[in-house]
Design a protein around this ligand. Structure first.
Ligand code: HEM
Length: 563
């Protein structure tokens, strides 16, 4: 055929090709067999599709629109620049608020509009209440343990969630006073640590991360840890590290990538076991030995109590389930709140005028001779508006935690297959210019009504919405409010040398978006409430050297900041 073929049209080429092969007897037989087999395959396939369609009409619908991706990688190369939240928000302007594409081997659907997210996660029953089986999620607990990463089909996510909510309420999440005491105690340690810097530049997250970890430690295990306990410090550092790998990293979506040098997989995969062996299990075992059903001290006791009640004298300790329950509250409560708190402190340092207004309101409402309390929030309208505004502006968890449909599903006329990764683009929701004009600016006033009163906005969705929405929202809000108000009631936060421009507003992406590393100076205000009643020996003297937490915002990471 050679040279003559390239001058022929495709149809002519096919006819010529068929003529050639049917001239030869054995070719002709082979050709007939091939045609017959293809027809049989087509008929069987069509019947199978028709049956599948009758059983599941959603399969006949189109997938949501979206960009074509690369073979194997899907659209992952487009997300590599460190700003996936911006990339996906821009894409949604082309493909619409519900779009789909491949991320590695996963069909991914992104919802970029509040009403769509609410409809999927809250109004559609359990339709979207599963979690996708991405690689790192599967690595954290065995299926069926805990809440955050538990699968719908294991059948116990709902029970575990109900228990966690009940336990958190009983332990004081709903009744302010119990938990507030623990938070106030920890705020005192933060203030002492800030004081020790004597106005010199330092990284505030070195202390605020410890405080958040200690509050969650008190809640889960009933006691705080020392700020210089090396195992505690390692647990926090590794927890913050782990969250970086739960986000958009290659091996999550293309498991074979774990073999690539520098993938980070092997180190990350060991982290959950480290927590269990070094922190969770020793604490839980101690609780099993000292458990008293009439005196529930903390979350672990509540967990043991629940199982004693259920199983009576036949109580069988299930290590995997216990590690899942404890690890979820510890993990979910630590990183998210630390990051949110860090954004608020960073923002107050970067924007002194916002800090000044919050301080002025605190001075007027609380006065200069006591510390703010949770109950004061009813009268601290600007402070409350400022806290919501920073959460909106920073969108520290831009994609929440991905969901997955519990079965092949129809949604707004589109087909969403079981197993798909469904991402709520919370960044897009909280930066929607039609809802929050000039979304890139920090304007607490947008949450104040004409009487200057704080008004909640429904689209504030950093804790997500619906059946899997965060169970720790109340506690997280109380922690952030207390630590922040105690800090700015005691100190004025300043950028080193007054250089606010050096504080960058972009973030570093993992599952959460962390602020870029920054330092600040904490200058004591006059006439402030004194916290010196906290014993000195409970604090490490060398907070600026090796014993400090090697936090997620260390200087090595400055290079990862996106511009
Ligand atoms: C600022 C701090 C926090 C933020 C921004 C945050 C945000 C979130 C988000 C976005 C989800 C996923 C919801 C979904 O899948 O739709 C979630 C789930 C969860 N959060 Fe939080 N969270 C915070 C603090 C906490 C705290 C302090 C705790 C515990 C004490 C906690 C416990 C949980 C649990 C157990 C879940 C899983 C719920 C489920 O899968 O049913 N969170 N959180």
């Amino acid at each position: 055929m050679g040279d003559s073929v390239k001058h022929l049209l495709p149809v002519e080429f096919m006819l010529k090709f068929l003529k050639t092969i049917t001239q030869n007897n054995s070719h002709r037989r082979l050709f007939h067999v091939t045609v017959i087999l293809s027809l049989i395959y087509a008929i069987i396939n069509r019947r199978r599709k028709q049956r599948a369609l009758q059983a599941n009409p959603a399969r006949g619908l189109p997938l949501p629109p979206g960009p074509w991706g690369w073979p194997i990688l899907g659209i992952m190369p487009s997300l590599a620049g460190g700003k996936p939240h911006h990339v996906l928000t821009e894409m949604s302007k082309t493909y619409g608020p519900i779009m789909s594409f491949m991320m590695g081997s996963f069909r991914t659907v992104v919802l970029s509009d509040y009403d769509l997210i609410k409809e999927a996660f809250a109004k559609s029953g359990d339709k979207f209440s599963d979690r996708p089986k991405v690689f790192m999620f599967e690595n954290i607990h065995p299926a069926g343990a805990g809440v955050v990463l538990n699968y719908y089909e294991t059948g116990n996510w709902k029970d575990n969630r109900r228990f966690t909510l009940r336990a958190l309420r009983k332990l004081g999440m709903g009744k302010a006073a119990m938990m507030e005491d623990r938070i106030i105690e920890e705020a005192g340690f933060v203030i002492r640590s800030f004081d020790q810097q004597q106005g010199r530049p330092f990284r505030s997250c070195d202390f605020t991360n410890l405080a958040v970890a200690n509050m969650i430690n008190s809640l889960v295990f009933g006691k705080r840890a020392d700020y210089d306990d090396p195992v505690f410090l390692e647990v926090i550092t590794k927890m913050l590290d782990l969250f970086k790998h739960l986000g958009v990293c290659l091996f999550n979506f293309i498991p074979m990538m774990k073999y690539l040098p520098g993938s980070g997989y092997w180190e990350t995969a060991k982290i959950p076991k480290f927590f269990e062996d070094m922190w969770y299990r020793p604490h839980v075992m101690e609780h099993v030995k000292t458990f008293n059903a009439n005196h529930i001290r903390d979350f672990v006791d509540a967990y043991l109590h629940e199982h004693f009640l259920k199983e009576g004298s036949h109580y069988h300790y299930d290590d995997a389930a216990a590690m899942g329950a404890v690890g979820d509250v510890f993990g979910a409560g630590l990183e998210t709140t630390s990051v949110a708190l860090d954004w608020v402190i960073m923002c107050l340092t970067k924007y002194p005028e916002v800090q000044e207004k919050a301080q002025r309101e605190l001075d007027e409402v609380v006065g200069r001779h006591r510390m703010p309390q949770w109950a004061d929030r009813q009268n601290l309208h600007y402070v409350m508006a400022m806290l919501d505004e920073v959460m909106r502006w920073s969108a520290g968890g831009p994609f929440g935690v991905p969901h997955s449909p519990i079965e092949d599903t129809e949604f707004r006329g589109y087909f969403i297959p079981k197993g798909a990764v469904v991402i709520p683009n919370l960044h897009a929701v909280m930066h929607n210019p039609d809802v929050f004009p000039d979304p890139g600016a920090v304007k607490p006033e947008r949450f104040l009504n004409s009487d200057g009163k704080f008004v909640k906005h429904e689209h504030m969705s950093q804790f997500s919405v619906g059946r899997r929405a965060c169970v720790g929202e109340h506690l997280a809000r109380m922690e952030i409010y207390t630590i922040v108000t105690h800090i700015i009631h005691t100190f004025t936060l300043r950028a080193p040398n007054g250089d606010t421009d050096s504080i960058r507003t972009e973030g570093i992406m993992g599952l959460s978006k962390n602020p870029c590393p920054y330092k600040l100076c904490a200058i004591r205000r006059t006439d402030t409430y004194d916290v010196t009643e906290i014993p000195m020996d409970l604090l490490s003297d060398d907070n600026n050297n090796n014993n400090t937490l090697d936090s997620n915002n260390n200087n090595n990471e400055a290079k990862h900041c996106v511009h």
